[in-house]
Design a protein around this ligand. Structure first.
Ligand code: MLT
Length: 265
């Protein structure tokens, strides 16, 4: 079973100790559940948080990831079943969004709501697949450090890199807790994932789409497209944030989630 963080809901006044619901947070590449640390305070809204490390992530050099999004989705379902969670608001950032699309295709009944952060519905284009293959060669040859050097300027926005050098080092440390084969396997899962654009119009649950204004990996127009294709969805753009607005601007990201959860559930 996946390793995971489980943060109990802080009971709200008048709730008779019942949780408002369960919020599942699925991390991006090449990170781990540790990237969601600034969101753990959301348990104070009365939500239980379940935050998995996808298979192999945060396991050091011995780690081995799943090599398809369906396998990642199966791992998440096994975890929810083991915890007797029948429905949850499921949030995925970037690669976590790709896992979420696989969950929607295979297990839509588990969704009470959906959050898509800095992700996209399209599959990789041929040049994207080639870039993934180059990164697999790089990680096997030079190790996770070289991947961190290549990914950090893409993960964190220009404002963050200028103003928050400590955060750059924190994200590097999260990346370096992953082994080379975990990173290589996740690249296979991403480059072979199907296009999920047709899934968007099938989504019937309350949905929030969030994106950092400075995201260059999955730029804001891709989030606008998803928002338009998902009936009744909301879109929030986070200023001064790149691909990881939850870490770069946690107050604004948490405010977006808080408003969404309070209004729609
Ligand atoms: C991620 O943040 O999960 C990845 O950058 C996604 C991707 O490379 O497609």
């Amino acid at each position: 079973m996946l390793r995971y963080l489980d943060v109990a809901a802080k009971p709200l006044a008048g709730s008779r100790g019942r949780a408002a619901g369960t919020l599942v947070l699925i991390h991006g590449f090449p990170l781990s559940a540790r990237m969601w640390e600034p969101q753990l305070v959301l348990s104070e809204l009365g939500w239980r948080l379940i935050v998995p490390h996808l298979r192999g992530f945060d396991d050091g050099p011995a780690g081995r990831s799943a090599t398809s999004m369906n396998d990642n989705a199966g791992d998440v379902i096994d975890l929810l079943d083991a915890l007797h969670v029948e429905q949850a608001v499921i949030a995925g950032l970037s690669m976590g969004g790709y896992v979420t699309f696989a969950l929607l295709r295979n297990a839509a009944s588990y969704f009470q709501g959906l959050v898509l952060a800095d992700t996209k519905s399209q599959a990789d284009a041929p040049e994207g697949v080639q870039a993934r293959q180059r990164m697999q060669a790089l990680v096997r040859d030079k190790g996770p450090d070289a991947v961190a050097d290549e990914m950090l300027p893409k993960l964190l926005g220009e404002s963050t890199r200028r103003q928050q050098p400590d955060l750059v080092e924190k994200v590097r440390a999260i990346i370096l807790a992953n082994g080379a084969e975990t990173i290589a396997g996740a690249l296979t899962a991403m480059m072979t994932r199907p296009d999920s654009t047709a899934t968007l119009s099938t989504i019937k649950v309350p949905t929030l789409v969030v994106v950092g204004e400075e995201d260059t990996l999955t730029p804001p127009p891709l989030s606008v497209e998803m928002h338009k294709a998902i009936s009744g969805s909301e879109l929030v753009r986070i200023p001064e944030a790149g691909h990881m607005p939850n870490l770069e601007q946690p107050a604004a990201f948490n405010a977006a989630l808080t408003t969404f959860l309070a209004r729609r559930f």
